[in-house]
Design a protein around this ligand. Structure first.
Ligand code: NAD
Ligand code: UDP
Length: 389
């Protein structure tokens, strides 16, 4: 649908079609956002990325109902003079571009810092100088570790939400020491948030900052050896999917004790669309976007994914479904972890009335069904080829 009926914002006003410069549109979140914008709105998108595999289905063929409303520009924002022009021609810039896989934070800290801070600087500058609105993607990782994690293991204070719920306007950002290079990403993202905030206070930049809390779903990252490097280490959903597809044990880093809340990508995209369509309510805010009801330890996630994958693939699970690995073995020197991430939802509820809907079981079912359909055959062929050579 190209929004044949008039869409209205949260205050009942008709939403005017705008042009969005989406940087990093070819990634996981970008691909879902482009899909949503093409199918449910009349907005136009300049989709900037170095890759477009995940949005090819939206670009071709020319007969698609939204043809003309999405234009792909193969641009590396590190060094492309077309960036400023595209920002100038748009009403809103949305920046998703980043290195954002933890395996890179401690092994490629320079690339991580450049990507998440230095490379994003011109984007902020062009938006500020040209009076263009910016929605910038930061991360829940800016909170780092919880205050509670510093209490003794048996302290009842660890159970007190005051010491673990993460609030945009009051929680501190607690990172490990500099040698723990895991925090290079969080630190670069945090400095970028501070720069954007300062641009708004000193120069009037209209901004919204998004802090995603483990958004997951189809098209997230890559399956090593199939659509990404064999030795690559994606985020946990793709790591565990890869293990399940190959009938290997799922690897639990440092016992899989860390806790995460996972939100379905389609729920989270609804929140981003509300931000796009309601500037008066979204500007000047930092928003946690997550699902506080979907909390599990990484070990529980592994167990759940094993059960769900059996259901959707029709295959029994293997005898030893999980094994423990140390973080040093898995990620190398300098890894560290966030212990627990529960988003406070007060601000996003109040400003945008948004709430996530999908349970962890449901979102894993639809995601693993997609993973099985997309990759199972290719993996079988790779394994058969390796056995015959
Ligand atoms: P992703 O890696 O799938 O997408 C990022 C995209 O940016 C990729 O397509 C990449 O090619 C592109 N990109 C990177 N550097 C670029 C450059 N120099 N020029 C042009 N394009 C470039 O990641 P994602 O999960 O879609 O995340 C998007 C944003 O959200 C990132 O800023 C990330 O830090 C943030 N985030 C996501 C999550 C999550 O749960 N998925 C969690 C926290 C933060
Ligand atoms: N993890 C794991 N096994 C894997 C991949 C990740 O135990 O194969 C753990 C990782 O150590 C972290 C959690 O899963 O505690 C989530 O990792 P992810 O890469 O998704 O990113 P994060 O949430 O840490 O940003």
């Amino acid at each position: 649908m190209a929004a044949s009926t008039t869409r209205v914002d949260l205050d009942g006003n008709a939403i005017k079609p705008i042009t969005i410069c989406m940087i990093g549109a070819g990634g996981f979140i970008g691909s879902h956002l482009c899909e949503k914008l093409m199918s449910e709105t009349s907005h136009t998108v300049f989709a900037l990325d170095v890759y477009n595999d995940k949005i090819k289905h939206l670009l071709e063929p020319d007969s698609l109902p939204w043809a003309g409303r999405i234009q792909f520009h193969r641009i590396n924002i590190k060094n492309d003079s077309r960036l400023e022009g595209l920002i100038k021609c748009s009403d809103l810039t949305l920046n998703l571009a980043a290195i954002c896989t933890p395996a890179d934070y401690n092994t490629r800290p320079l690339d991580t810092i450049y990507s998440n801070f230095i490379d994003a600087l011109p984007v902020v500058k062009y938006c500020s100088e040209n009076n263009k609105r910016l929605i910038h993607f930061s991360t829940c990782e800016v909170y780092g570790k919880t205050i509670g994690s510093y209490f003794p293991k048996d302290s009842p204070l660890r159970q007190d939400p005051a010491y673990y719920i993460l609030k945009e306007d009051t929680s501190p950002c607690i990172f490990g020491s500099v040698e723990k290079q895991r925090w290079s990403y969080a630190c670069a993202k945090q400095l970028m948030e501070r720069l954007i905030y300062a641009e708004s206070v000193e120069n009037g930049l209209e901004f919204t900052i998004v802090r995603p809390f483990n958004w997951i779903g189809p098209r997230m990252d890559f399956i090593p050896g199939i659509d990404g490097p064999s030795e690559g280490v994606p985020r946990v959903l793709a790591c565990f999917s890869n293990n399940l597809l190959r009938r290997e044990p799922l690897k639990l880093v440092d016992g899989g004790e860390s806790q995460r809340t996972f939100v379905y990508i389609k729920d989270a995209i609804e929140a981003v669309l509300l931000m796009i369509d309601n500037p008066g309510r979204a500007n000047g805010h930092i928003f946690n976007v997550g699902n506080p009801n979907n909390e599990v330890t990484v070990r529980q996630l592994a167990e759940m994914m094993t059960q769900v994958y059996s259901k959707v693939s029709g295959e029994d699970s293997i005898k030893t479904p999980t094994i423990d690995v140390s973080s040093k073995e898995f990620y190398g020197e300098g890894y560290d972890d966030s212990d627990k991430r529960i988003p406070d939802m007060t601000i996003i509820n109040k400003q945008l009335g948004w709430n996530p809907k999908t349970s962890l079981w449901e979102l894993l079912e639809s995601t693993l069904r997609y993973q099985h359909k997309t990759y199972a055959e290719a993996i079988k062929q790779t394994i058969a080829k390796a056995c015959s050579s």
